[in-house]
Ligand binder design. Structure first.
Ligand code: COA
Length: 333
């Protein structure tokens, strides 16, 4: 069995910064409320007059990741694209990036596991590399969420949290210096509707005979914030400890935990439970909000860029989100 490693990273954030004070002009909210409950100060929302789609943001992140890995783009054997905000109902974003990059007819897979999407994609990439099927896989997490958020006071519990952006990694056949040790995936579908957007889907569609039949709420995300919070703190801790136990390590061995950027309070809770020092965890939700499937690759790429993680560090990635789904990956970076 081969080993796999992350050989390159990149991210792309749309330039349009939206502050909490900007939001308080759209809805009944305040900088104080948002910062106290979520830690978020700013997020990036694509300029509605100049939309950049999730495939285009993913493409831009991919270009940086390819350059940082030092491979030629023609060496990429497969694309895995994690998103819940694709350009089209079908086909998926992976094929759009295959075309944008001008690659040969390599396979492209889309993954729809929301906030855990990047961990799920990384796990698939790891398995493909381990079996020897592929040598270099482009893994992207990218989300364009701002257009579907309800920016009125009605939707304020959700719209203040989510942001747009993309991150990408090249997962390559490993060497002795760095490797993905293990990945761990879980789901619990009985909580599917606690965090969901029902439509558009085959059963939640616009009735062409009578468009008034459809309630607009179906096309906006819905969240039971309390249930999500309570489950997230338990599952994050469990799945991080699962990865550490599997590899005979303890929280002390982690150089950097990069949790999915759901909410700063969730990250701080996990940090406290695992007794991690401030230098053992990386958060950037303050600047970008929750970018769902893009949050881990953006944070990973930014942490690398800012020397918060270095080659050889033990890095733990962990996510929890809609499904519910959750997962972790432990690696020597
Ligand atoms: C969403 C979340 C921040 C709400 O925080 P909370 O402390 O549970 O707040 P509540 O939902 O109890 O709401 C408290 C009050 O604030 C109000 N409120 C909700 N959103 C608001 C906003 N953006 N601005 C101001 N007030 C708001 C509510 O209407 C409620 O008012 P009421 O007491 O008059 O009814 C919190 O539940 C949370 O962080 N959940 C997890 C979310 C998450 O991580 N999602 C991503 C998962 S990947």
């Amino acid at each position: 069995m081969y080993k796999s490693r992350i050989s390159g990273l990149g991210h792309f954030l749309p330039p349009n910064v939206v502050s909490n004070n900007d939001l308080s002009k759209l809805m009944d909210t305040s900088d104080k409320w948002i910062q106290e409950r979520t830690g978020i100060q700013n997020r990036r929302w694509v300029d509605p007059e100049n939309i950049i789609s999730s495939s285009q943001m993913g493409f831009r992140a991919a270009l940086t990741a390819i350059e940082s890995s030092g491979i030629d783009k023609s060496d990429i054997d497969h694309i895995l694209f994690a998103t819940i905000s694709p350009d089209h109902y079908f086909p998926g974003n992976g094929v759009l990036v295959q075309d944008l990059l001008g690659l040969d007819t390599i396979g492209a897979t889309d993954i729809r596991n929301a906030c855990s999407g990047f961990i799920y994609a990384l796990s698939v990439a790891n398995a493909y590399i381990q079996t020897g099927q592929y040598e270099n896989i482009l893994v992207i997490g990218s989300e364009l969420q701002s257009p579907v958020l309800d920016k009125s006071t009605n939707g304020r519990d959700l719209s203040v949290i989510f942001g747009d952006g993309a991150g990408a990694a090249i997962v390559s056949r490993g060497n002795n210096e760095s490797e993905i040790f293990s990945t761990h995936l879980h789901s619990e579908g009985r909580n599917a509707l606690e965090l969901s957007m029902k439509g558009p889907s085959a059963i939640h569609w616009i009735d062409k005979q009578d468009p008034t039949k459809v309630s607009p709420e179906i096309f906006a995300p819905q969240m039971n914030g309390t249930v999500v919070f309570k489950n997230a703190v338990v599952r994050f801790e469990q799945v991080i400890l699962e990865a550490l136990n599997k590899n005979g390590m303890t929280p002390e061995d982690i150089n950097c935990l990069i949790p999915h950027q759901a909410n700063l309070r969730i990250s701080q809770f996990i940090q406290k439970k695992l007794r991690l020092r401030d230098d053992q965890i990386f958060n950037n939700i303050q600047n970008y909000g929750n970018t769902t499937g893009a949050s881990i690759p953006i944070a990973l790429s930014e942490a690398f860029q800012n020397n918060k993680i270095r080659r050889g560090d033990i890095v733990c990635l962990a996510a929890f989100g809609a499904g519910f789904t959750w997962g972790s990956a432990l690696l020597k970076f």
